[in-house]
Design a protein. Structure first.
Length: 226
């Protein structure tokens, strides 16, 4: 058997939280030739995300993972939305830190504010986990589209296409297709089967249709005076 490869060793920072804060963990691992760590969110928050990123970079360390997201099951819609928002922040933090994965402890049965099990609906809890992870994956695809669009804009600078003319036509096309998209969005936002308890309110629905009508009028005026 050969010598163990130190590059394959990673420290889960929770194991030494009683002895060190995150800056000391980073420095200690660097001194001892441990090249990877898996920090916890509360430790990063205590140090600050920006400072954590810089310290890890300066020490020449890499992340094997980031702990943790999850805990999707909740007793009501407000608590579920809060859990999803927190998980999206965890994804953003993992991206900033360069973590290859976000560890998820998905949670069990929903609990109330006192930590007591509020429901024994196991199937419902599993559905909340499935839907929560699904929404996180949709966020990943959204960021991928943004990244591709940015790369496309950079490539445009090196092509024969006039960027000002391209910007003009992009604005025209965007304005035209915005009308049917807004109509569909308004119909979906008012659909109880789609939105459930998050169906748009009467006030917002009125504002939404007003904006849609204004956009449509602007498109017709543009086409009429072209």
């Amino acid at each position: 058997m050969g010598e163990p490869d130190p590059n394959l060793l990673s420290i889960n920072t929770a194991t030494v939280r009683a002895q060190w804060r995150l800056p000391e963990i980073i420095a200690g691992c660097a001194r001892r030739g441990i090249r990877m760590i898996s920090p916890w969110r509360d430790q990063v928050a205590a140090t600050g995300l920006k400072e954590s990123v810089q310290r890890i970079k300066d020490a020449g360390l890499a992340l094997s993972g980031y702990c943790r997201g999850g805990m999707f099951p909740a007793i009501d819609g407000k608590a579920r939305r809060a859990a999803l928002d927190d998980n999206k922040r965890a994804v953003d933090e993992a991206l900033a830190l360069g973590a290859p994965c976000l560890v998820l402890v998905v949670g069990g049965l929903p609990k109330d504010e006192q930590g007591r099990v509020a429901s024994k609906d196991l199937i419902g809890a599993r559905a909340m986990v499935r839907d929560g992870i699904g929404e996180l994956l949709e966020a990943r695809e959204f960021y991928a589209i943004i990244a591709l669009a940015t790369l496309g804009g950079v490539a445009l600078d090196f092509s024969w296409i006039n960027p000002i003319r391209a910007l003009f036509w992009a604005a025209v096309i965007n304005g035209v297709i915005a009308v049917p998209i807004m109509v569909v969005m308004m119909l979906l936002a008012d659909d109880q089967k789609v939105m459930g308890e998050f169906t748009v309110t009467r006030h917002l629905k009125a504002l939404g249709w007003l904006a849609t009508g204004t956009m449509a009028a602007a498109v017709f005026a543009m086409l009429a005076t072209w």
